[in-house]
Design a protein around this ligand. Structure first.
Ligand SMILES: CC(C)(COP(=O)(O)OP(=O)(O)OC[C@H]1O[C@@H](n2cnc3c(N)ncnc32)[C@H](O)[C@@H]1OP(=O)(O)O)[C@@H](O)C(=O)NCCC(=O)NCCS
Length: 140
């Protein structure tokens, strides 16, 4: 596996990022908001197969003891080839000794279990679009 990893937002094609998130079935936002989200993140990971963007991921953090992971996505044709694990491993390197939380897309919990995440018993969320999140199966 000879993929290229980029850990900055330099020269990123944000249209390609939005397309990837959409093809992976994650929530998508306008290009400028997507760029803002990645620009303002504590760490970002972009994976390329030559010039093709095949995976993304990011985490927000206080840089001291708390962090949250978002937008882990792999192009469908590259899924199941350890690219997801590679992205999360790279994020972990930037977040050593820091607690990390996330909410998995419904059905993707086993992926996170495999890479060391435990189910939280007291997780709470206040979503800006609560009914949409309920419909998608994130909350009761
Ligand atoms: C979820 C996702 C990021 C996983 O990335 P991936 O590159 O396909 O996964 P990997 O090949 O790195 O898998 C790592 C391990 O998790 C397992 N795994 C991956 N997806 C799984 C799933 N849906 N259910 C069960 N196990 C899964 C793999 O079998 C592998 O196990 P192994 O190391 O024992 O062989 C990717 O499938 C994806 O982009 N999905 C759509 C978007 C999404 O739902 N993102 C998560 C948002 S929370």
């Amino acid at each position: 596996m000879q993929y290229q990893i980029q850990k900055s937002c330099e020269n990123i094609d944000w249209q390609a990022v939005c397309r990837l998130l959409q093809e992976a079935g994650l929530a998508t936002y306008p290009i400028d908001l997507t760029r803002k989200a990645f620009d303002n993140s504590y760490c970002v990971v972009f994976v390329f197969d030559n010039n093709l963007l095949i995976g993304v991921g990011r985490a927000i953090s206080d840089g001291a003891y708390q962090a949250a992971i978002y937008d882990i996505a792999v192009l469908p044709t590259y899924q199941g080839k350890k690219v997801g694990r590679l992205i999360v491993d790279e994020i972990h390197k930037a977040l050593q000794k820091i607690n990390i939380i996330l909410y998995a897309s419904p059905g993707k919990e086993p992926f996170y279990s495999k890479i060391g995440y435990c189910k939280m018993l007291t997780g709470m969320a206040r979503f800006s679009n609560e009914s949409a999140m309920r419909e998608k199966g994130f909350i009761d």
